[in-house]
Design a protein around this ligand. Sequence first.
Ligand code: FMN
Length: 275
Amino acid sequence: MIFYYSACGNSRWIARELAAGLGERLCYIPDLLRQGEFGYDIGPDESIGFVFPVYAWGAPRIVEQFVQRCHWHGTARYTWFACTCGDDMGHTRRLFEETLAGAGLVPDACFCFVMPETYLALPGFRLDTKQGARQKIRAAREKLPQVIRQIGGRQSVWDEKRGVMPFVKSYVIRPVFVRMASDRKYHVLDGCNGCGTCARVCPVSNIVMSDGRPQWRGGCIECMACYHHCPRNVAQYGWYTRGKGQYFFGKRWLREDDADVSAQDADGGAAEDLG
Ligand SMILES: Cc1cc2nc3c(=O)[nH]c(=O)nc-3n(C[C@H](O)[C@H](O)[C@H](O)COP(=O)(O)O)c2cc1C
């Protein structure tokens, strides 16, 4: 059984590839939370896997909350998790191990896939270039068969990309980031046609459409799905996201300073498969 969460498709792709390679069932965490499904029977030879993006050098709160609410009946033969990050994961492994321990699970393996960046809601954060995004996806694609073999062989693997100053990132900056999380800066520019895509892609149903305009209701998990999926690029986070372009797995509007930006790419009319 593989439980996954993804806002912009990177982790969904990894989860799907792993599920296909391992013949495992996939479960989407936001759906399980909505449906209130928290009890799972684990067969004696079964394994449990989690796939999620790194948010502020730890697991997303939605993933932590799901694990905390779950009841596992039986003991998994093998427990693993795989995270995707744009750059590095800090002490995500340590933090998520603590979360799993609270639910009575002890991980046997952890994997890290570096994928295109999605966080843009602060000054200084930018998308990867098209070439950079392609390289990351190519490297992840090449890594997948090995990870499938390792999980299939129930190996103990600790594949982490901690980056520099992981302790500061995960234990000092992360709590501040989590405390400051707010959707008050989200708004739409003129040009919003009320299509409702933002509301549909929000994994926590935090956006409602009112008089043809989205309203963010205060339960945001900062995933940026509404921003990246907006067909007109009019959903914005303060001024921080202005002109930064959009990305989601399989389709992306280019960064404005990419050398090969084209009108077709820029208006979002052309679906571009970066995979
Ligand atoms: C709120 C937020 C926080 C993030 N924090 C980190 C981080 O701490 N380190 C990192 O390398 N990437 C970080 N990222 C980038 C994502 O982890 C990365 O792009 C991931 O592959 C996105 O997965 P998804 O497409 O499945 O949503 C962050 C992205 C978001 C939206």
